[in-house]
Design a protein around this ligand. Structure first.
Ligand SMILES: C[S@@+](CC[C@H](N)C(=O)[O-])C[C@H]1O[C@@H](n2cnc3c(N)ncnc32)[C@H](O)[C@@H]1O
Length: 388
């Protein structure tokens, strides 16, 4: 992944698409007295019907897209996750829901492993904010596991009642966030305006909702401007998950930190970044709808919101520790025995998933239980709940 100031130039069609979305955002800005919150901008840039980044048809995830995720790097990731699901589903009867399934590759790999171990669930549900991804996911199943397609049920909303496992890989980082700047004892909210025929960022005094939420972080006063983000959607999201889940476990994997690291005084520019064709940049108002916008996850906020909604935090650890505790080595050896020629490729995949300098420590796993208190295998090597 390259950090770039100069991005590849999109095609004329792509630029027109982006302009169409920007005009739609401009209209919303005009209807809202000339400014919208950054959160509203990010929501439209990613999810606006027919135009947003995740909703419009272009290829996002994988080598030919804008960024890579763990299931795209190696099937070992999904196999380890399958191993964790097996433990849970052997203790309670149920199915699996995957939130934000992207290309569908994790669903395929995970179900193939469950099939191998003779523990296929009756149904595998997929719920994505982007209904357009359904076609891509169907295609992935048709190509790699057509016999499993009849187990997949695409949902438009969470079921009213569910038992089992709810999974989300890199879903939290794709949620819209508010951006704020704290300077001395003043709190400013980043808003988006339309000026000189383009989108621009403007700082205004924070709304009372944002003020309350940032005050609760207890950041103190800052002698130099301190910018960061906050996800105000978490509470509502966990309430909805809680209402749906009767018994089971929610497992979320993402890049991020505990609150004390996230809001460390040195991290004074926040964590918001954009991905365009494997180039990282810090210009969320550019290429609207063509590039991904993402923020790291504050796992303390996740744990607090889940706890308030009625979940028990069952474990929190690094991706490396979670995979190792879920038989990473066994799966590695199995594939190696079947395909010894893949030795180098496999070793490289394990390195990317596990090394601290790659995904191993930057990515974390949190498990949230509902009427489920048994210790989970994934946290048997290290459990860092004390850091939350
Ligand atoms: C970064 S992609 C990750 C895709 C896939 N899980 C992977 O690992 O390759 C984020 C996905 O989460 C979806 N998403 C974001 N917020 C969501 C929500 N509240 N419920 C369900 N899906 C959501 C997006 O539409 C997108 O498909």
């Amino acid at each position: 992944m390259k950090f770039s100031t100069k991005l590849p130039t999109p095609s004329t069609d792509a630029l027109q698409h982006s302009q169409q979305l920007q005009y739609k955002i401009r209209d919303v800005i005009n209807a809202n007295n000339g400014a919208i919150s950054f959160r509203t901008y990010m929501e439209m840039a990613l999810y606006e019907q027919g135009l947003g980044y995740y909703v419009a048809g272009c290829r996002k995830i994988g080598k030919s897209g804008d960024f890579m995720t763990a299931p795209e790097i190696s099937p070992l990731f999904s196999q380890c996750l399958a191993s964790q699901c097996i433990q849970i589903l052997s203790e309670i009867k149920g199915d699996i829901i995957e939130l934000g399934a992207g290309s569908g590759l994790m669903a395929v790999q995970l179900l193939l492993e469950l099939e191998k171990q003779n523990v296929l669930p009756q149904n595998y549900y997929i719920l994505d904010l982007s209904p357009e991804l359904k076609q891509r996911q169907k295609k992935t199943f048709k190509q790699l596991a057509p016999h499993l397609l009849d187990r997949i049920i695409w949902l438009k909303q969470l079921p009213t009642t569910f038992n089992g496992v709810i999974l989300g890989n890199e879903v939290l980082d794709a949620m819209p966030v508010d951006v704020f700047t704290l300077y001395k004892d003043k709190l400013f909210e980043h808003q988006v305006i339309w000026q000189d025929k383009q989108l621009m960022e403007q700082l205004n005094p924070a709304s009372s909702t944002l003020w309350d939420a940032v005050t609760a972080l207890k950041l103190g006063t800052m002698e130099t401007p301190y910018t960061s983000e906050i996800n105000l959607n978490l509470q509502g999201w966990f309430k909805a998950l809680d209402a749906c889940l009767t018994q089971g476990v929610v497992i979320l994997i993402d890049y991020g930190y505990s609150a004390s690291e996230y809001y460390h005084p040195d991290r004074n520019k926040g964590t918001l970044i954009c991905h365009y064709q494997h180039h990282v940049n810090e210009s969320p108002l550019s290429y609207t709808g063509l590039q991904d916008i993402t923020a790291n996850v504050d796992f303390t906020a996740v744990a607090n919101a889940a706890d308030k909604a009625g979940f028990e935090v069952l474990g929190f650890t690094t991706q490396a520790a979670f995979l190792a505790a879920n038989q990473l080595e066994t799966f590695f050896m199995q594939i190696l025995e079947e395909t010894p020629e893949k030795h180098y490729q496999l070793a490289q995949q394990v390195r990317i998933l596990s090394l601290p300098s790659e995904m191993g420590e930057r990515f974390k796993v949190i498990a949230l239980g509902k009427d489920f208190l048994n210790p989970l295998n994934g946290f048997s090597l290290t459990d860092q709940r004390h850091r939350l």
